[in-house]
Design a protein. Structure first.
Ligand SMILES: Cc1cc2nc3c(=O)[nH]c(=O)nc-3n(C[C@H](O)[C@H](O)[C@H](O)COP(=O)(O)OP(=O)(O)OC[C@H]3O[C@@H](n4cnc5c(N)ncnc54)[C@H](O)[C@@H]3O)c2cc1C
Length: 371
């Protein structure tokens, strides 16, 4: 049986970055991805400025910049009574941008390949067992099983790795998201719109000169009404296609245990309203790569402790804003109260936004993965 140092399951941002850094540090890496890239994915497509330093460390920031994207100079909050509030976003080379996941994720996966990762696309992980201290993995491909010393679950919010290991948390009745790329309305401007609606909310961001990313989030019983609103508001045709995903939230997993690491959404899902998921995916992928190396070449127990601590520190001081945003979008009453408060205290809304959309230079402490 062929044995790799690391098997990464999932080739989204978390998995590709983890594989790229693992391979760059000399480990043998296989990455299993269910889809064939390029592929779209349900996402608002917004890249938090804190992604830039990680893309720089991977040596692909310039490649990302030259892709078609939308510049996001401000965020516009709109409440159910159509009152608008505007908060400016950082400008310059660390600005927030919106970029289609088909393009962005392909660059990351390609980078993992360039560093020597063996990428196997269009196959799905189907079984995991422990065998002689390594993981024995089988996939939907009718080839022999293969092994890995360290297993990385990077397979998103409905993680198969977590499910096969009996770790996937029970998912409560949750909300559902719909997403589409539609024609960019004239004069939309360089803004991301976060619009509260009866029964949910909508996020809108231009991803290039001709397309708008449109997301709708709501409970299953209100999602059709939201779709109807979007169809009328944006004058969409009856043939408009939508992608969908659920759940929007679930409990977090302990991100590390003996020879298993969880990264990105597989470890923790955050409310998408704040547009941070890709940053957490990239950063946890980077931290997990350092942990995988330590598991193989150093002290495995220490690696588990370090990764768990660094993973928690990554969310430190910012989860409460995400929880506040979630409460505001789930409870229309609270949403209205917070919106009214923000109308009369615009500085506070600016402060909260800047805590999420942080300019990387403004941050004093940044954990850098050790290689
Ligand atoms: C409505 C919505 C809007 C959002 N908007 C934003 C935003 O604007 N900005 C932002 O930063 N974040 C946003 N997010 C969050 C962001 O999309 C995620 O946090 C991010 O995609 C997580 O990356 P990941 O690599 O962990 O997982 P994913 O991107 O989900 O990648 C997981 C990969 O694993 C593969 N996979 C799954 N199962 C298997 C299997 N069994 N075998 C092999 N492969 C498998 C999948 O095909 C996929 O490619 C949004 C999320 C939602 C739902």
């Amino acid at each position: 049986m062929e044995i790799f140092d690391v098997a990464v399951i999932g080739g989204g941002p978390a998995g590709s970055v983890c594989a790229a850094f693992c391979a760059a540090s000399g480990l043998s890496v296989v990455l299993i991805e269910r889809e064939r890239f390029p592929r779209e994915k349900v996402c608002g497509d917004c890249l938090n400025p804190e992604c830039w330093p990680i893309l720089r460390r991977l040596g692909i920031d310039q490649r990302v910049r030259v892709l078609s994207h939308g510049a996001l100079d401000w965020v516009e909050f709109i409440n159910v009574r159509d009152v608008h509030l505007r908060v400016d976003l950082p400008r310059g080379e660390n600005a927030e941008i919106a970029i289609k996941r088909s393009a962005f994720d392909s660059i990351l996966l390609q980078r993992a390949r360039e560093f020597g990762t063996e990428v196997r696309e269009a196959i799905t992980l189907t079984s995991i067992e422990k065998s002689d201290g390594a993981w024995k993995l089988r996939t939907s491909e009718a080839t022999a099983a293969f092994g890995a010393r360290v297993l990385v679950g990077a397979d998103g919010r409905n993680s198969t790795v977590a499910r096969l290991l009996g770790l996937l948390p029970r998912i409560a009745k949750e909300r559902v998201a719909l997403q589409a790329h539609i024609s960019l309305p004239r004069d939309f401007g360089n803004r991301v719109v976060l619009q509260l609606l009866p029964g949910g909310y909508s996020g809108q961001a231009p991803v290039n000169d001709t397309e708008l990313n449109l997301c709708l989030v709501g409970r299953p019983k209100s999602i059709r009404a939201l779709q109807h609103w979007a169809t009328q508001y944006f004058n969409l045709g009856s043939t408009q296609t939508w992608r969908t995903i659920t759940p929007l939230m679930r409990s977090a997993l302990p991100p590390a245990r003996e020879n298993v690491l969880f990264v990105g959404d597989a470890a923790r899902v955050v409310e998408p309203f704040t547009g941070e998921g890709i940053f957490y995916a990239l950063r946890s992928g980077e931290l997990a790569a350092a942990a995988a190396k330590e598991m193989i070449r150093g002290d495995a127990a220490e690696a588990v402790r370090n990764y768990a601590a660094q993973h928690a520190a990554m969310y430190g001081g910012r989860l409460w804003i995400n929880a506040l945003a979630r409460s505001a979008v789930v409870s229309p009453k609270l949403g209205s109260i917070l919106f009214e408060f923000a109308r009369f205290q615009p500085a506070l809304l600016g402060l909260l936004t800047r805590k999420i959309v942080r300019h990387p230079k403004a941050k004093s402490k940044h954990l850098v993965a050790k290689f």
